[in-house]
Design a protein around this ligand. Structure first.
Ligand SMILES: N[C@@H](CCC(=O)N[C@@H](CS)C(=O)NCC(=O)O)C(=O)O
Length: 203
């Protein structure tokens, strides 16, 4: 297997952290988004959406979409379970993973793309107002997650899951959009400290 990815981007990091939690080493190939390498015809054959990450299988097939890649890895390497164990747990993990992606990572990504000078190669027609609106949404999501984490260790319950990986990668990437966890979000800060201390966070 080979992971086509870009070190500085949050979605590929979600896959790297997932693999590290599974104890797997997968070779990577860098696709430089700032040089537009993800729009090259050769890369588009692997992933017509022109996005990273893409996982290349040994038989020449490709899987794109972060969660699809993680699901494939989980099927082959079920332990530790990062997508849930029984029916309720799997649904609950999926629910929190989607919330982390849609309510946290997406607004952070929109804010970065539409406000950061460095994002112009990716978003030449930046709409600052849209970026700022999403800054507010990202901060609201952080406050909401802070409340949730008052009552449990991790986002989806007592165990670390893919939902924590998505939220960790989103919050770390938020610095590029000048968004940080608000000081009074003590539960989110405690959680962030704990998940950042895991060996996988270095991925
Ligand atoms: N839904 C996709 C999103 C992937 C994505 O947005 N990747 C970003 C990097 S984090 C990208 O390739 N951006 C390049 C672009 O938008 O041109 C997934 O979950 O993998």
């Amino acid at each position: 297997m080979k992971l086509h990815e870009f070190r500085r981007a949050p979605n590929p990091r979600r896959v790297r952290v997932f693999l590290k939690e599974k104890g797997l080493e997968v070779p990577t190939e860098q696709v430089d988004l700032f040089k537009g390498e993800h729009k090259n015809p050769e890369y588009l054959k692997r992933n017509p959406s022109g996005l990273v990450p893409t996982l290349e299988l040994d038989d020449g097939r490709y899987i794109a979409e972060t969660v699809a890649i993680c699901r494939y890895v989980e099927e082959l390497h079920p332990n530790p379970p990062l997508l849930g164990s029984d029916a309720f747990d799997k649904a609950n993990v999926e629910m929190w993973q989607r919330r982390a992606e849609l309510e946290l990572l997406m607004p952070i990504a929109h804010c970065f793309r539409h406000t950061a000078e460095g994002a112009k190669p990716l978003e030449p027609q930046q709409v600052k107002e849209w970026g700022e609106l999403n800054r507010g949404r990202a901060l609201s999501a952080m406050r909401r997650f802070d409340k949730e984490l008052a009552g449990r260790e991790f986002l989806a319950g007592p165990r670390f899951t893919i939902a924590d990986i998505t939220a960790l990668c989103a919050i770390d990437f938020a610095k590029a959009a000048r968004i940080v966890i608000p000081e009074d979000c003590v539960n989110l800060k405690r959680w962030h400290q704990a998940v950042s201390a895991r060996a996988s966070a270095a991925a």
